[in-house]
Design a protein around this ligand. Structure first.
Ligand SMILES: Nc1ncnc2c1ncn2[C@@H]1O[C@H](COP(=O)(O)OP(=O)(O)OP(=O)(O)O)[C@@H](O)[C@H]1O
Length: 235
């Protein structure tokens, strides 16, 4: 029997002003699962993550997290329940050092929790006294992810974490995330082949609905599906 999902979306509708982006989206994520959300530009991947966090209002449908209905909860209340979000914009404080950024993510945890972040991302330990603006794109992304992890989320929503990063840094980041086997992750990504090496299952969205679902490993080899739904050239 499948375990109860940690996150479930039922018939979710959301959008901006007169535009509806998510047209009755349903999906579920099992505890400990790593799910990739794929699709062409503008199909609603970011909107999906934002609606789960309560940053974009739900217009119809229901979202549950660990069995609890999230309707009406503010983003901070969702974070307190265990939802972590790393937006595409990399949510760090540029005027603070690496260490100060991490301390800001510690909340009520002891400062020694930072050692976990440094163990996962040794580059951040080397740069601990550098300001946010002195970091490379990859280091900023690691900092953003590390800060979210310090909040001990049960589910981490990652929006294009690999964007703009060099291939070796992308691999470092994915390897670090793969070291957290109990963490449930929903990751939106344009670097399809790389993210399919990290995720276990993948959903492809089109116009705010799921149009294809498969095991990540199988989808990676399914060039016809990737071409049809994402427009990736057949290799
Ligand atoms: N703040 C906003 N106001 C109005 N329209 C928006 C806003 N944010 C996104 N949209 C529109 O909603 C649609 C879905 O955007 P969304 O960012 O969710 O797509 P996406 O699949 O994440 O695409 P991308 O890969 O380009 O980030 C797009 O047509 C986009 O232009």
């Amino acid at each position: 029997m499948n375990p109860s999902p940690l996150l479930a979306l039922h018939g979710v509708q959301a959008g901006y002003g007169p535009t509806t982006v998510l047209h009755g989206l349903s999906l579920s994520v099992a505890p400990g699962e790593r799910l990739a959300l794929l699709g062409r530009n503008g199909v609603g991947k970011t909107t999906t993550l934002r609606t789960v966090m309560g940053l974009t209002p739900l217009r119809a449908g229901r979202i549950t997290f660990a069995g609890q209905d999230l309707t009406g909860l503010a983003p901070h209340a969702r974070a307190a329940l265990g939802l972590g979000h790393v937006p595409q914009t990399r949510d760090i404080f540029p005027s603070l050092t690496v260490e100060e950024n991490l301390l800001a993510g510690c909340k009520r945890r002891p400062a020694r929790a930072l050692d976990e972040a440094y163990a996962l991302f040794p580059r951040l330990a080397e740069r601990r006294h550098h300001g946010g603006t002195q970091l490379s794109g990859g280091e900023q992304q690691m900092l953003s992810v590390a800060r979210a992890l310090l909040g001990q989320p049960r589910l981490l929503l990652l929006d294009e974490p690999l964007e703009g990063l060099a291939p070796l840094i992308r691999q470092d980041l994915l390897r670090a995330l793969a070291q957290l086997p109990d963490l449930t992750v929903v990751v939106v990504e344009q670097q399809v082949h790389e993210v399919l090496g990290y995720a276990q299952r993948a959903l492809i969205l089109d116009r705010g609905q799921v149009v294809h679902e498969d095991q990540a490993e199988r989808l990676r080899d399914d060039s016809a599906a990737l071409e049809r739904h994402i427009g990736l050239a057949v290799q």
